[in-house]
Design a protein around this ligand. Structure first.
Ligand code: ATP
Length: 330
């Protein structure tokens, strides 16, 4: 068993507000092992950023404690800053400077000596495949190139832990894949990576373990495999239809063995213990409603399904894509 590099004990952060105190982080405890890629997921306002801001020493907790290695965040912020690298959601690259100069500037801020810094810059540029663009201003880079540069910049002083806040937000699919490869490559060196993301496929692909946070509380924490096992049903039937009406949903919910029905665009997501039992009844109902099926898939729950099950909300990236939704239990 690998040692823990982050230990969080009954951590809380309460902010004052006009409506009364808001518990952004509410009695959270967990540990992260050295070398893990650890995903922090949750709906908007769940408390992810507040937790990251505490761990990266930007704000102090109201109560509880958080340790990075052997240092407590409130007591030893200086030591902790040497152990961590942070890649924030909004770019802080200097667009007018070249890729090389951006890295050099940041390395100097980390008090790195020239003889260490210079080879490190070339090593990182090579890692990102940007060595040929080393002397080009960042303003001429694509979104994916900028993102990769920003991620390795946070890694310049070889931190033990890298915090990545929404690393692929706003990138096209091809650039996202490149950034994922970059993250995996950094993790090979035993770097622990804490990743917040709204993209379920990203968490599923990259993370060894995933923590779900909702309303400041930790509601689940496990490997993808175990999270999937904790989902209380066997199958998910995703069925495309021509139109969705209240009558149709009500009738489907009456079918024995149907657990819940979610609507996603023109797709119905039906949770059931056994798809083979439900399917004949389901097809009969669609026929009664003269509502032809346009597609069908039977699958095991994805991380997105688990997210919806646990939080009752569609992940933000998906909600934006489909203009949808909410959970509708039977
Ligand atoms: N400085 C602050 N003052 C008052 N309330 C705050 C402050 N920072 C955060 N909050 C509140 O704390 C709660 C958690 O916010 P936080 O930004 O940590 O959530 P999040 O999970 O990171 O959300 P998102 O995914 O949208 O970034 C929210 O209700 C937010 O309004």
């Amino acid at each position: 068993m690998r040692e823990s590099i982050i230990r969080i004990e009954h951590l809380s952060k309460v902010f004052p507000s006009k409506q009364g105190p808001v518990a952004a982080v509410d009695d959270i405890s967990f540990e992260v092992k050295r070398g893990e890629i650890f995903g922090l997921l949750g709906p908007n306002g769940a408390g992810k950023s507040t937790l990251i801001r505490i761990l990266t020493t930007l704000i102090s907790p109201s109560s509880g404690a958080a340790f990075i290695d052997s240092y407590e965040v409130s007591a030893s912020p200086e030591q902790i800053r040497g152990l961590i690298g942070v890649c924030p959601q909004n770019s802080t690259l200097d667009q007018e400077l070249t890729a090389y100069d951006n890295l050099e500037f940041y390395g100097r801020l980390q008090n790195m000596e020239d003889r260490v810094l210079k080879p490190r810059i070339w090593q990182l540029l090579e890692m990102t495949g940007l060595q040929d663009r080393a002397r080009s201003p960042v303003s001429t880079f694509s979104g994916g190139m900028k993102r990769k540069l920003e991620i390795v910049r946070a890694f310049i002083h070889k931190p033990d832990i890298l915090f990545l806040d929404e690393p692929t937000i706003g990138l096209d699919p091809e650039s996202r894949r490149e950034v994922w490869q970059q993250i995996e490559q950094l993790n090979v060196e035993e770097t622990t990576i804490i990743l917040t993301t709204h993209y379920m496929d990203e968490a599923e692909r990259l993370c060894n373990r995933i923590a779900f946070v909702d309303q400041g509380r930790l509601i689940a924490l496990d490997t993808m495999e175990n999270l999937r096992r904790s989902f209380p049903v066997g199958d998910l039937i995703e069925i495309g239809v021509v139109k969705i009406t209240g009558d149709l949903l009500a009738r489907i919910r009456e079918i024995p063995q149907v657990g819940s029905v979610d609507v996603r665009g023109l797709n119905l997501l039906i949770v059931t213990r056994d798809a083979s039992i439900v399917l004949p009844d389901l097809l009969r109902v669609l026929e009664q409603f003269s509502n032809p099926m346009t597609s069908i898939a039977i699958r095991s729950p994805s991380l997105e399904d688990i997210f919806i099950y646990l939080t009752g909300q569609v992940p933000e990236s998906d909600a934006i894509a489909t203009g949808e939704v909410g959970r509708q239990d039977s």
